[in-house]
Design a protein around this ligand. Sequence first.
Ligand SMILES: [Zn+2]
Length: 723
Amino acid sequence: MRKTLIATAIGAALTLSACSEQPSTPADLSADTTVEAMVDVASENPFFQPFALQYEAPDFRLIDDAHFLPAFEEGMARHMAEINAIANNPEPATFENTIVAMERSGDMLTRVSRVFFNLSGTDSNEKRRGIARELSPKLSAHSDNINLNPALFARVEAIYNQREALGLDAESARLLDVYYDRFVRSGATLTEEQQVKIRALNEEHSNLTTQFSQNQLAITRDIAVVVDNVEELDGLSDSQIRAAATAAEAAGHEGKYLLSITNTTRQPILTSLNNRELRQRVWEASAFRGTSGEVDVRPIVSRLAQIRAERAQLLGYNNWAEYQLENTMAETPQNVLDMLTSMVPAVVANTKQEQADIQEMIRRHGGDFEVQPWDWEYYAELVRQEKYDLDENEVKQYFEFNRVLHDGVFYTMNRLYGIRFEPRPDLPVYHPDVEAYEVFDHDGTSLAIFYADYFAREGKRGGAWMSSFVGQSHLLGKKPVVVNVMNIPKAPEGEPTLISYDHTTTIFHELGHGIHGMFSNVKYPSLAGTAVSRDFVEFPSTFEEDWAAHPEVLANYAKHHESGEPIPSELLEKIMQSRSFNQGFDTLEYIAASFLDMEWHTLSADASLQNVEQFEAAALAKYGVDLPAVPPRYKSTFFNHSIGGGYSAGYYAYMWSEILAADAFAYVQSRGGLTRENGDHYRKNILEVGNSRPPMESYIKFRGQEPTTDALLIRRGLKTQLD
Ligand SMILES: [Zn+2]
């Protein structure tokens, strides 16, 4: 996907730090409904001026859905007027009158975008979805009008060419690099003829990715497995069977049962299905989707890989991955391949051990066959039950939501960074379940506003994420207004909400993104907080996860919700051990998909169109990750991250961030663990700086060296000690 100025400016805002694995696609915005005509509300539209609340927090009491479209129209018009004034300024171009001026522009558009896209995720309705569809092409045209403005680029280039002589401070120099890069990477320096070509490729690419993503919905729906007899469903719970019957009826198969397919190759339902033939049918429906029948997406997959290679070549790169990785922490395709390759031996060895345990379980159950992909989950579950015997309900008694949040998460933040969270019930919120806090620094200074929106409800997108309503910037005098969103099922009125250990670590994770936004301490809004490369953004969040299991933290929060007794050490031990279960398989299927992603995007522009199946088989064999029982987490025909475009040559990023997090956490433990000294050191070198300097530079300042994969392998239970 082409990175554009406005997409980046707005993107940084909305940003949804890539928490849920599924990237949002433009296809989400393209179903069809009409939007009723807007009344003229400009005179009382709250977006037309900054909100009067503390830190310009949105005043949700004043906002109506009818305000959005007029505010976007006005916001884009004002922004374009500002951009034109910069581009056509008769004065010679200076850093101040061009780059800084662009940083100051678009205030109203940013304001309405952040509120609108946040609410689209947390409180969606048909009207808002309609507005989003109407907006999508307008916003994209708006960004093209900025990126393809030759007068504007001429000014940026003039400043860039004299950068050594300008005496810029480090952050300003970084900002100049970021701007210049964005224009160049959009094709600003190409000849007119080349620009015509790239526009044509962009258009074809955009059409094909939209087609690919929309086909995903169709092929996943079409391959649902229809089952005739209830006997075949042996192993499913009564409620699962009822749900399958209802789904069948809705799809016109009355009296039958319909098993739907989820988006990864592996299918969670295989854990419970006793009927081996049905397991095979379900797995094959999943694994072969998009390769035949009405929707065969293979031609799209191979053409997309080719288009990307051609675009990269036009822009002066050997392949698409080289282009995509240029401004990331990994920097080059080879660095990504080295990272993934270095993990293969330990991961394959662990997976083979897991496979041996599974094979033994098959034998004990009288099976006389070698484990196949459709058997793995089923027998792994039997192994898990035997090894850990973990009762989720017993665990939850020790994880009461309020205690986890205040005595666990906020407590940890206080121990590490000295910050306090004070409830602010006076601030308006967008839903009664949302709680507002003001966050105070260790010296009592007010730092940020934080909204906690943790409970599931109708209209909220699935998953968990962090976003901002206002981004930090010294230039604009703005302090952060940040939100964390999750989907924890809320207990009925009057009962305590008891949560799983997974939800517990996710609260830590999201507040890790939260403080990345709240501790931001930079001048320019484009470089603030979570506006970092995608292989760095999950580092600060994953880093906070492991504090959930730190002994001093646990002792403070993991207590029985009625008796207040601390969690028994035996139960705790079981929780921790069960978390490393099946990690060989989990990690191997992930890195196999990452290799596929890299292979597709290191093809050169003159490579012919590839046969998808042969290409996949060769790619997996090349890296020694072709275990027949462990297929990649996604195959090309339904690998929306990679082929759909959002994470093309970027699927590795989740693992890269986790490597940093594990390495950083282990380092902090070796220096005394939960202390203000550690917290402040980490805050100063990683969290405060945002994208104001290259991420590896920040990491080395914090850690004293580059990260290694050792701590990650230990974290995942794939290795027991350092070599
Ligand atoms: Zn995250």
